[in-house]
Design a protein around this ligand. Structure first.
Ligand code: ATP
Ligand code: MG
Length: 427
């Protein structure tokens, strides 16, 4: 009997995991510079936390949840996204209190779970890096957060980026827009997919996000939300575009973009990489403003803004754009040891080098000298130290610089007492 990983999941093996560490580290450094601090929430939540926030008519809640009843009869779901759990934590720990900074800014990275049809860039366990900022309704927050995401992709070396923005306005806006949509889509009801006919009266905005090609044809000519903005919503959106212009950031307004989650208000955005190979999976970052969500989950009225980046899609794009990520770290010293009598001394020498603060490795397989040198080379060792029976009985060791080819026969004791100096001189 042999087992395979569950459909839609990946094993991230060495060789690949270095790339993950690099993109995670790059995010940590940049987000810290913007004063975001890390938050870690559980991988599962009470079902209601997600269904209330993301919305019952969204694909995420109606089709993609990994939910179950636990042994205590609680309705639990693996988290499909990061925002709702963080808002839950924000309210639960009263992070809006006077002892905390406003805006309260957090970032996260970790696995998310959605029961989707697996394909390139679409998995059942995938990973997101995201941020949330609570407490500011200033459009400058929208803009600096979108710009931070763009900055992140630029730092990673991605060139082909497209920023698409839209607004979902406030409640008044959506009430009026909803009416316009119901009347438009009702006139085309016969051509809509079954899902969208159901959405028509429950939540017509959802039709705009339909992945069905027949639906999408009708969506093309749907009314634009930009014609229904309230005065406040128009003002917020105008400030966002003015500020993007002030920073000379290029963007496109996509008036039928709604995003797949119900909690958004005002600004929403997506960052795309227009690589034809990725098709519907070209969006690497998505987010927006959610000014009602904290209240919806039982907290005080608090505006919010955030985004999430799909790590698997980011890696595909880095690969497509031939971005070279830093290779695995090099080794400072490799200890070649020949003959079983040297086993203990090789162990001691290797540990001494490690204790001096260097990276070191040795052969433990009793291989021939030639094979050991090959390993040292493959691991990128800067120095190779060789210990045979003859050296051992003389209390000596051979040290070779792989860069210059320089070789020295040194007292074994100098490795224990003075490795830093030897390394500085020879590497
Ligand atoms: P899509 O329209 O592609 O299904 P979405 O609107 O469901 O995306 P969000 O919930 O906004 O996506 O998630 C933000 C980002 O997370 C996406 O832009 C994408 O990069 C990534 N993502 C979402 N779902 C998946 C998945 N199943 N597999 C891999 N990455 C995903
Ligand atoms: Mg989706």
């Amino acid at each position: 009997m042999s087992y395979q990983r569950p459909k839609g999941t990946n094993d991230i093996l060495p060789g690949e995991s270095e790339k993950w560490q690099f993109i995670e580290d790059t995010a940590r450094i940049l987000f810290n510079d913007y004063q975001y601090q890390e938050i870690r929430t559980p991988s599962f939540e009470h079902y209601e936390v997600i269904s209330r926030s993301v919305g019952g008519t969204t694909d995420i809640v109606s089709k993609e949840m990994y939910d179950f009843y636990d042994k205590g009869g609680r309705h639990i779901t693996l988290r499909p996204e990061g925002t709702a759990p963080i808002v839950r934590a924000y309210v639960e720990h009263k992070l809006y209190g006077p002892e905390y900074d406003t805006p309260y800014k957090v970032f996260y990275m970790g696995p998310m779970f959605r029961y989707e049809r697996p394909q390139k860039g679409r998995l059942r366990q995938f990973h997101q890096i995201g941020v949330e900022a609570f407490g500011s309704d200033n459009p400058a927050t929208d803009v600096e957060t979108m710009v931070m995401a763009l900055e992140y992709f630029k730092q990673l070396g991605i060139r082909q980026l497209r920023l698409a923005i839209n607004t979902l306005g406030d409640e008044e806006t959506r009430k009026n827009y909803r009416k316009a949509l119901v009347s438009y889509f009702s006139a085309h009801e016969g051509q809509l997919s079954e899902d969208s006919r159901r959405r028509l009266h429950e939540n017509p905005l959802r039709i705009l996000d339909s992945k069905d090609t027949a639906d999408q044809k009708i969506v093309v000519d749907a009314p634009s939300i930009l014609d229904y903005l309230s005065k406040e919503a128009q003002e917020h959106f105008t400030q966002v575009t003015t500020m993007l212009d002030a920073l000379e950031v290029s963007y496109e307004i996509e008036p039928t973009m709604v995003r797949g989650l119900d909690y958004y208000t005002h600004t929403i955005f997506e960052i795309m990489n227009d690589n034809p190979q990725l098709g519907a999976q070209s969006t690497i970052c998505a987010g927006g403003r959610y000014d009602q969500l904290v209240e919806e989950l039982g907290g005080p009225a608090t505006p919010g803004f955030g985004f999430a980046i799909g790590i698997e899609r980011l890696l595909l794009i880095l690969e497509n754009e031939n971005v070279a990520l830093p290779a695995a770290h090099r080794l400072d010293a490799y200890v070649v040891n020949i003959g079983s009598a040297t086993n203990v001394e090789a162990l001691k020498v290797t540990q001494a080098i490690r204790h001096a603060g260097f990276s070191a490795n040795r052969d433990v397989m009793g291989r021939k000298a030639k094979a050991q040198f090959k390993s040292a080379d493959k691991e990128g060792a800067k120095l190779v130290l060789t210990l045979g029976d003859e050296e051992l009985s003389a209390g000596m060791i051979n040290v070779k610089s792989m860069e210059t080819g320089e070789e020295k026969r040194l007292e074994l004791s100098s490795i224990y007492n003075n490795f830093t100096q030897i390394f500085d001189e020879m590497s």
